[in-house]
Design a protein around this ligand. Structure first.
Ligand code: CAA
Length: 258
């Protein structure tokens, strides 16, 4: 399908999606979210792709849900349209790792979209925030939950109740971002990380991602049992035999990926 608001390309085994609505700082309107969902599903289904990178422009990853599009919506309309729900949560259903590469503004729904990804690499100019409170609303795409789990209650309250932004250094210090890189290197670094992940065994990568994400949903005891089941199941894969044989034979492993 032809996309108008995103760019889709492949770099080796990495699928790269660039939000591309510069005049609105990548505000996440319905059409953009539909296109993003389609691109994510297509890469997830493509055996030639092992990892996905989601990025925006140097000025904005995304400045939030589209305020102009939603400002006149009524409660029945947003309720029956399942606003946010069905269009926004596709990224949560993707089995392959999704890396958010964030430069510039990641505000409101933009910050929430980045947090729905599996990890966030921040450019030095990144600015994260949940400014919805300034609009007379509150975060609606998981911000109160995922930001709190990432940075803790006190800092999440600070950001969500005052609407202040967090810079890249604070985001890394607070465990929102896993690394900070120069703006000019952001996509290269994210793709490099994606290539490393995509070179590994697909089942082990997908299951490890599933287990880490399960840590948000389960007790420690349930989570450890879930992890153990997945770990043991990997002994049924050819990649486990290959990975361990390669180690013993002192040679690089040749994973089949799937
Ligand atoms: N929705 C729609 N349009 C937006 C937008 C948004 N979220 N953010 C920016 N734009 C548009 C502006 O209206 C402007 O368009 P025009 O040129 O047609 O006027 C264009 O993008 C450039 O924006 P600015 O001129 O404002 O750029 P700036 O550099 O001066 O400021 C900014 C940048 C601080 C990010 C500012 O644009 C801003 O505050 N944006 C809104 C951020 C926000 O409140 N996000 C939360 C949205 S609600 C939400 O996301 C709900 C949820 O939880 C799902």
């Amino acid at each position: 399908m032809a996309h108008e608001m995103i760019l889709v390309e492949t770099r080796g085994r990495v699928g790269l999606i660039t939000l591309n609505r510069p005049k609105a700082l990548n505000a996440l309107c319905d059409q953009l979210m539909e296109e993003l969902g389609q691109a994510l599903r297509a890469f997830d289904a493509d055996p030639a792709i092992g990892c996905i990178v989601l990025t925006g422009s140097e000025k904005a990853f995304a400045a939030g849900a589209d305020i102009k599009e939603m400002k006149d919506r009524t409660y029945p309309a947003v309720y029956f349209d399942d606003f946010i729900g069905k269009r926004w949560e596709t990224v949560l259903t993707v089995q392959k790792p999704v890396i958010a590469a964030v430069a510039g503004f990641a505000l409101g729904g933009g910050c929430e979209l980045a947090m729905m990804c599996d990890m966030i690499i921040a450019a030095e100019n990144a600015k994260f925030g949940q400014p919805e409170i300034n609009l007379g609303i509150m975060p609606g795409a998981g911000g109160t939950q995922r930001l709190t789990r990432a940075v803790g209650k006190s800092k999440a309250m600070d950001m969500i109740l005052t609407g202040r932004m967090m810079d890249a250094a604070e985001a890394e210090r607070s465990n929102l971002a896993c690394r900070v890189v120069p703006v000019a290197d952001l996509v290269t670094e994210a793709v490099k990380m994606g290539e490393k992940i995509a070179s590994l065994s697909g089942p082990s990568v997908a299951m490890a991602k599933e287990a880490v994400n399960a840590a948000y949903e389960m007790t420690l005891k349930e989570g450890v049992r879930f992890e153990r089941r997945l770990f043991l199941s990997l002994f049924s894969t050819e990649d486990q035999k290959e990975g361990m044989a390669a180690f013993a034979e002192k040679r690089p492993a040749q994973f089949r990926h799937r």
